[in-house]
Design a protein around this ligand. Structure first.
Ligand SMILES: [Fe+2]
Ligand SMILES: [Fe+2]
Length: 252
């Protein structure tokens, strides 16, 4: 396996590893994002067993010990499994996540004290880069779920939102909603909940110019339209699931 590096927005690098054995024959990508400011931040740590691969890839952009922040969307092996390996490699780095995630998992899991982020809180990374943490509880999954929005480039670091199969380009202007719907149909990875649509539409209000997918290509274009289309699809899924429950109850 190799990790490919692309700059998908000014100063934001995508480190992408394609794993053909997951969901064959399409395969599956794992992406991390490095936001280069005076205090560089990485979003997602990657799987613990991929740490060496990802560290060597990051080292082609900056020295790993230069990292100051390690953030992620929710507690899961691909999002934060290698966190303590990174904390060891970057002695001045601090793990950061939403207050729920810190309380539930990170206070215990991280080898150094983490930094909780309030909903809407901005970390100023210097060099013009500012990242805002936004709580998205249970969307797509995890009580502690959240995303990061880099304000200067209008880049939404989406985590698992829009997850798709296959090995796409680093950056696309094509459709990412159809492949995300297909990905949901295969994995059923989202925790369908009545707030999903509203959560996705609130992200659309940011009008992101780039959507940085953890599992899929990054998207350059009308991010708000893509988020609203995804919200509509999940509203449909939630509504039909509820209708099924209600009709089962009536039948019982
Ligand atoms: Fe996940
Ligand atoms: Fe993920």
């Amino acid at each position: 396996m190799e990790t490919r590096i692309d700059e998908i927005a000014d100063g934001i690098y995508r480190l992408s590893t394609f794993v053909p054995d997951i969901a064959p024959p399409a395969g599956f990508t794992f992406n991390q994002f490095l936001v280069v400011g005076d205090a560089p931040l990485m979003f997602h740590t990657g799987l613990r067993k991929m740490f060496g691969l990802n560290r060597d890839a990051l080292a082609r952009i900056i020295a790993p010990e230069q990292l100051r922040w390690i953030a992620y969307g929710h507690f899961e092996a691909d999002e934060c499994g290698a966190l303590n390996d990174w904390l060891a490699a970057a002695p001045q780095a601090t793990a950061a996540q939403g207050a729920t995630g810190v309380m539930v998992s990170l206070n215990d899991f991280a080898d150094r004290p983490p930094r909780p982020l309030a909903n809407g809180e901005v970390l100023d990374l210097g060099g013009g880069k500012r990242v805002r943490f936004i709580d998205t509880p249970h969307t797509p999954h995890g009580w502690d779920a959240g995303v990061l929005y880099e304000e200067s480039t209008g880049t939404l670091l989406c985590g698992d939102l829009f997850t798709q199969l296959g090995k796409g380009p680093a950056l696309t202007t094509g459709d990412i909603v159809g492949p995300a719907i297909a990905g949901e149909d295969v994995f059923h990875y989202s925790s369908l909940n009545p707030d999903m649509g509203a959560t996705l539409r609130s992200l659309a209000e940011l009008s992101p110019r780039t959507l940085a997918l953890m599992h899929g290509p990054s998207f350059a274009g009308d991010g708000a339209a893509a988020l609203r289309a995804l919200a509509d699809n999940y509203d449909g899924r939630v509504t039909s699931a509820l209708k099924e429950v209600m009709s089962d109850r009536v039948a019982a």
